[in-house]
Design a protein around this ligand. Sequence first.
Ligand code: HXC
Ligand code: NAP
Length: 291
Amino acid sequence: MQYSKPMLKEDALEGKVILVTGGGSGLGKSMSKYFLELGAKVVIASRKMEKLEAAAKELSESTGGEVLPVQCDVRKYDEVEATITAAKDKFGKIDVLLNNAAGNFISPTERLSHKAFDTIIGIVLQGTYNFTLAVGKDWIEQKQAGNILNIVTTYAWTGSGFVAPSAAAKAGVLALTRSLAVEWARHGIRSNAIAPGPFPTKGAWDRLFPENLRKNFDIKKKVPVGRVGEHQELANLAAYLVSDFSAYVNGEVITIDGGEWLKGAGEFNFLDFIPDQMWDQIEKMVRGAKS
Ligand code: HXC
Ligand code: NAP
């Protein structure tokens, strides 16, 4: 299928330095791979150095691009600043910040400790504002243009039970995206977000759709187009948003979910389960309501 293929022309990100938080696994790694294929240099930052080093090796071998792995807990501002220094020491500058790192798991909210809440809000919201503030201050001081891309999710605006800390944090990230799109445009800094629907990754699936849930519940049924996302199609969208081709896109959140959230939102969308032949009976009953 076309959507599984790379979309942009080969040199679309030539010379750009892109810092990807959580770039050692899942979607962050897939986006990093495509950025490298398009000529960018990439810094991947997260907590587990062994994983980052393995990912950096794999990515640079498969693309021929340059990857710098940096150990960093996005909740710790001093580590965030040290990551920025390491990136600039290696590549001389940062052009794009991709806030992708996240923590999440399903749980009834009343079962959570306050520390569980702190943990998710810390990784998602604090991690995003830590990097945004530190990189943004540097861009403004250096009078350098910049580009921020944040990964949110569709429940940033609908909310969602059983992932309340993540929903609250992602809503904050979305508000930050829109706020800075206006405020920092005068410094040449754009801010956008992507809201992905379900894209299989080990990190998300183990914590959100564990085996026993997966057996009884087909996630594809929630998606009008009848499938989950492929990493390359998300990478295509991200590459466009971090490239100069999207220079006039600012403050936008682009949903890539096959229509999932709208299906969940429409009051009567559940009626798509009704087989065609049953509509004859239903129509008869509904028309009969007049008498
Ligand atoms: C209840 C839990 C819990 C669970 C952890 N806690 N798991 N409480 N149910 N299943 C509690 C702990 O008991 C502890 O509180 C607190 O949360 C912090 O847990 P730690 O394990 O100490 O935290 P940490 O080592 O920092 O690990 C963070 C983590 C972990 C979020 C808990 O899962 C992680 O490292 N995740 C990173 C990757 C990830 O989550 N990827 C998925 C992103 S998917 P106490 O009080 O006991 O100290 C995503 C998709 C969104 O965001 C949309 C999908 C469609
Ligand atoms: P993932 O592989 O688990 O990615 C999460 C990444 O965040 C990991 O690389 C992890 O690396 C890093 N991370 C976690 N805590 C961190 C911390 N304190 N400091 C630094 N890095 C940290 O899951 P994913 O599915 O690819 O998720 C990527 C993004 O997509 C997230 O923002 C997620 O909310 C979003 N998203 C995913 C889906 C989906 O269906 N997959 C849907 C909507 C939105 P370490 O463990 O090494 O720290």
